[in-house]
Design a protein around this ligand. Structure first.
Ligand code: SF4
Length: 317
């Protein structure tokens, strides 16, 4: 029995006359692959499951799609629309009353509200709860990459910026997104985990200190690999080409999975990551050499000041 409802999906697949279906799930939902596949097989579809890692809608499995008529991508909202891809966001329902834990940490009566894709279906309910407690709440649209109102991604904080708020409440798990919100907006940010009820004020300064240490290590690099992703939704070739011109020690390197072993095998003294921005921030401890964001590389090349440090984002043109 699948935790992901399939009845409606089956109706839509049938209405389009499709019979061969590829399924793609992020790590947290991979265990749903078999129950979903089983339901589709019973309904008469030929099914193939993508077994490769998947971190976002930026990472569509084109090889699995080549074996089917349509790719059903679970767990993420679209970052790009494609006719032969169906995006099935998976909703997680929270008790909106959990937001009460954040109230003592809020300093004013006016705030912006953001969350991640699995909770965004409850954003109006969350805003109504906060308004009942006497707050003025601003929820803003994102951009093409994070298309749902109030939705932030690890690579796009436009919905937070667009609130224009000086204080922002982030509802979701983990600290990467709220730190990104703080760096992107300069606002005071409170993070609330709706499952544990833990609330805290976010402090991005530790991340910044770590990143400055990484930049210092990269300064003397004799060889610099500018990583260009081959994933459709992560490829920033124009940016990578612009960066390579900043140093005669730099060269473009294409990669599908940016992993420590492959960086070790390549043996560059330093890398600049134009693929998923989270790689440089989240995974540095696993990498054998400094991995800089584009803005960090500009800083060590002397064309951007330290005061102008920005978090790396994919923003729609
Ligand atoms: S680029 Fe990274 S943060 Fe952005 S959607 Fe893809 S996996 Fe998520």
């Amino acid at each position: 029995m699948s935790l992901i409802p399939t009845d409606d999906l089956i109706v839509r697949l049938r209405s389009r006359g499709l019979s061969r279906v590829a399924l793609q799930f992020p790590a947290g939902l991979k265990r749903e692959a078999w129950p979903v596949a089983s339901a589709l097989r019973e309904a008469g579809f030929e099914v193939v499951i993508s077994g490769d890692p998947c971190y976002g809608a930026c990472d569509l499995d084109r090889d699995a799609l080549a074996l089917a008529e349509v790719l059903v991508h679970f767990g993420h909202a679209p970052v790009e629309e494609r006719e032969n891809v169906i995006y099935e966001t998976v909703r997680s329902v929270i008790d909106v009353g959990a937001l009460a834990a954040a109230l003592p940490l809020l300093s004013g009566r006016s705030l912006g509200l953001v969350t991640t894709v699995q909770h965004v279906h409850q954003i109006d309910e969350m805003a109504a709860f906060l308004e009942e407690q006497g707050f003025r709440v601003s929820v803003a649209p994102g951009d093409g990459r994070a298309p749902l109102c109030g939705q932030v991604l690890g690579c796009n904080f436009q919905a937070a910026r667009s609130t224009g708020a000086e204080e922002i409440l982030y509802v979701g798990t983990g600290l990467f997104h709220p730190i990104g919100v703080q760096l992107a907006t300069k606002a005071r940010v409170i993070a609330l985990d709706p499952y544990t009820g833990a609330a805290e004020e976010v402090d991005a300064s530790r991340l910044i200190r770590r990143r400055f240490a990484v930049m210092e290590k990269a300064r003397d690099a004799e060889s610099i690999g500018i990583i260009v992703s081959t994933k459709s939704g992560q490829q920033r070739l124009d940016l990578a080409r612009r960066l390579v011109l900043l140093s005669e020690r730099a060269v473009l390197v294409t990669m599908r999975e940016v992993c420590p072993d492959e960086l070790l095998n390549l043996g560059f003294d330093c890398y600049v990551n134009t693929a998923c921005p989270r790689l440089a921030y989240d995974d540095q401890v696993r990498f054998p050499a400094p991995v800089l964001s584009p803005a960090e590389f500009e800083i060590i090349c002397g064309i951007r000041s330290f005061d102008d440090y920005i978090i790396d984002e994919f923003l729609s043109a």
